[in-house]
Design a protein. Structure first.
Ligand SMILES: C[S@@+](CC[C@H](N)C(=O)[O-])C[C@H]1O[C@@H](n2cnc3c(N)ncnc32)[C@H](O)[C@@H]1O
Length: 217
């Protein structure tokens, strides 16, 4: 069973190779997708990046307010701190955020939504820490007809590379998190039910990746 401790351990262990691997599996597109996600935002104030990892989203953020990144993994955050000196990073859980009500104008989430164990608690926390009219931007993998194919590729032809770079436990975790990705329709439904209005959706890589902008109602 995947727990927060598993998530924390897996990402801490891969933190040094994470950026290299992410570039590899996204064919070098992750940088562009993160910039395009940020371009969807119009809010200028304080920004929170949840599951910030090695801090790439905040590094690319042009907002004039605070840039705050949180993550379960202190090793991922160590990399983030090396990259972005003007950002503030802290170890914290997305489902129980250590911030006051209405602290942020925007919240971003790149490749994190499918890793959250309790998405409803997370969305309630986002609603609490966002100002009214604040924006939530997501970048993630869409579960659709090609997902079983990718799972197959990871379980068979890509497996030797995965095992070589990450080892068996972590590779299994990545497959698990891919299998747990929601369809775009499911994501939209959860957001709407938790008090957000989906304002824009863009698809990349034949719809396998989505960028989504939602506003706090
Ligand atoms: C796939 S990485 C994405 C990192 C970064 N956002 C990016 O786009 O490269 C997922 C990150 O989410 C973090 N994470 C997962 N569940 C979390 C939670 N409940 N609270 C905070 N961070 C979490 C992990 O530790 C990991 O660093």
């Amino acid at each position: 069973m995947v727990t927060k401790k598993t998530v924390e351990e897996v990402f801490s262990k891969v933190s040094r190779k994470y950026d290299f691997f992410l570039n590899l599996v996204t064919f070098g597109k992750i940088d562009l997708w993160q910039r395009e996600m940020l371009d969807m935002l119009s809010c200028e104030g304080n920004r929170l990046d949840v599951g910030t990892g090695t801090g790439e989203v905040l590094l690319k953020s042009q907002n004039r307010g605070l840039k705050v990144g949180m993550d379960l993994s202190k090793d991922m955050l160590r990399r983030a701190r090396e990259k972005c000196k003007v950002c503030r990073f802290l170890v914290a859980d997305a489902e129980n955020m250590p911030f006051k009500k209405s602290s942020f104008s925007s919240v971003t989430l790149s490749l994190v939504f499918r890793h959250l164990l309790d998405r409803r608690s997370f969305l309630r926390e986002v609603k609490r820490v966002l100002k009214e009219g604040g924006e939530l931007a997501l970048l993630d993998i869409n579960r659709f007809s090609l997902t079983p194919l990718l799972v197959f590729l990871m379980k068979f032809p890509l497996k030797p590379f995965g095992l070589l770079i990450f080892g068996s436990e972590k590779w299994s975790f990545f497959i698990h998190s891919l299998e747990n990705a929601l369809s775009l329709e499911e994501v939209k439904r959860e957001l709407t039910e938790e008090g957000f209005e989906v304002a824009e959706v863009q698809k990349r890589l034949f719809g396998f990746v989505y960028l989504l902008l939602a506003k706090r109602r």
